[in-house]
Design a protein around this ligand. Structure first.
Ligand code: XUL
Ligand code: CO
Length: 435
């Protein structure tokens, strides 16, 4: 049974109502196909689950897919709808939380049996398609037991439930051939330090991650583990504040060989950073893993999870991705949802076409910026005083504070560093974006 009869396969350049203007999967850009630079993924939770319900009102979108929510028939109908959706858009990956796939039961044994059943169903569905699992994760923030966190909880029993969910979500991820496993620390943080032992909580989170790595590797998981940083929401303060904080945490606890970052655009905004900043910090530390491709709103202080449309932002993001040589096991997961008044199935397709085209255009523009060379040349020149003389000695570690001090004193007063030429570079970028 088809759910989306109003649309055929969405393709590049057909001029049809539902078509891509920029995303041309086989087009080669800087040595790789667009589809290789941009392994797009569908987020099970938003696309197949979210109805637009918010704190002030019930959902507007009907995601029942002809079945009764809370049943396995509904869970299977979501699989059917999801595969039709991905195939029509040419999306090759999906991402899931355990409880996106099946309704959670009161008894974890029942939930686990449901997960076995649905993963068999998905596996069957995957056969004969080129659709794969990008990453899996466990939802350790929705159930009331996680009110004080999962790895960071004060309750050892609840900690065991977190461990059990991670174990099962890893089992399912491996069963579906998933390339990644995500930890988003939704409730790993605090509301007040008056009742929180931060050190103990962080150590316990690290212990959970360490056990996850040990278990994952023991069952043949060769992909990457990811931390998805987010500074706040739902907690007032979350431990994985931003990429720099999360990378420091991973190094402190010896997890940096197995983990990378899953960078979400809107989380960067909440941390007071740009998306590009978070990608750069991850990349220079060898930690750029995967991307949750969405967009926030600078006027709002929460996670709006919009489909990306800001081409300036997607361009600068793709500039970082190209410079990093692409994502290895990662992809571009649309952790994004339609606005509440865009409640139709048509809107779901429109949203993905917008997001995919925004990143495709960003890729094309980023490649042009790199080929133009103005930025690279400027940056090379900017630091050229380190290419020889005293500068080279500094970089080679062949000098001392005494020598540098003597050098400074001999100069009496340095010339000002060269101009930053920001406006010139912004002009260059605009000329490429809007030519
Ligand atoms: C929440 C968020 C999550 C993670 C997976 O802000 O981004 O959906 O991506 O748990
Ligand atoms: Co996310």
């Amino acid at each position: 049974m088809a759910f989306f009869d109003f649309v055929d396969k969405v393709e590049y350049g057909t001029g049809k109502d539902y078509s891509f203007r920029y995303y041309d999967a086989d087009k080669v850009v800087m040595g790789k196909k667009m589809s290789e630079w941009l392994p797009f993924a569908m987020a099970w939770w938003h696309n197949l689950g979210a109805t637009g319900a918010d704190m002030f009102g019930v959902g507007t979108a009907d995601k029942t897919f002809g079945q009764v929510p809370g049943t396995m028939e509904h869970a299977k109908a979501k699989v059917d709808a999801g595969f039709e959706f991905m195939q029509k858009l040419g999306i090759k990956y999906f991402c899931f939380h355990d409880v996106d796939l099946v309704p959670e039961a009161d008894d974890i044994n029942v939930t686990n049996a449901r997960l076995d059943e649905i993963s068999d169903y998905i596996l069957e569905k995957m056969k004969g398609t080129d659709i794969k699992c990008l990453w899996g994760t466990a939802n350790m923030f929705g159930n009331p037991r996680f009110m004080n966190g999962a790895g960071s909880t004060n309750s050892a029993d609840v900690y065991c439930f977190a461990a059990a969910q991670v174990k099962k979500a890893l089992d399912i991820t491996v069963k579906l051939g998933g390339q990644g496993y995500v930890f988003w620390g939704g409730r790993e943080g605090y509301e007040t330090l008056l009742n929180t032992d931060v050190k103990f909580e962080q150590e316990n989170i690290a212990r959970l991650m360490k056990m996850a790595v040990e278990y994952g590797r023991s069952i043949g998981f060769t992909g990457d583990f990811y931390i998805e940083p987010k500074p706040k929401e739902p907690m007032k303060h979350q431990y994985d504040f931003d990429a720099a904080t999360a990378i420091g945490f991973l190094r402190q606890y010896g997890l940096d060989k197995d983990f990378k970052m899953n960078i979400e655009a809107n989380h960067a905004t909440l941390a007071g950073h740009t998306f590009q900043h978070e990608l750069r910090i991850s990349a220079i530390n060898g930690m750029l893993g995967s991307i949750d491709a969405n967009q926030g709103d600078l006027l709002l202080g929460w996670d709006t999870d919009e489909f990306p449309f800001d081409v300036y932002e997607t361009t600068m993001a793709m500039y970082e991705v190209i410079k990093a040589g692409g994502l290895r096991n990662g992809g571009f997961n649309f952790d994004a949802k339609n606005r509440r008044p865009s409640y139709t199935f048509e809107d779901m397709f429109r949203a993905f076409i917008l997001g995919m085209d925004s990143f495709a255009l960003g890729l094309l523009k980023a490649a042009e910026i790199i080929e133009d060379g103005s930025i690279d040349n400027f940056i090379k020149e900017k630091y050229s005083s380190y290419n020889d003389g005293i500068g080279k000695k500094i970089v080679d570690g062949e000098t001392s504070l005494e020598e540098l001090s003597a050098y400074a004193c001999s100069l009496k007063k340095p010339a000002l560093p060269g101009s930053g030429r920001q406006e010139y570079l912004q002009y260059k970028v605009n000329n490429i974006l809007f030519k």
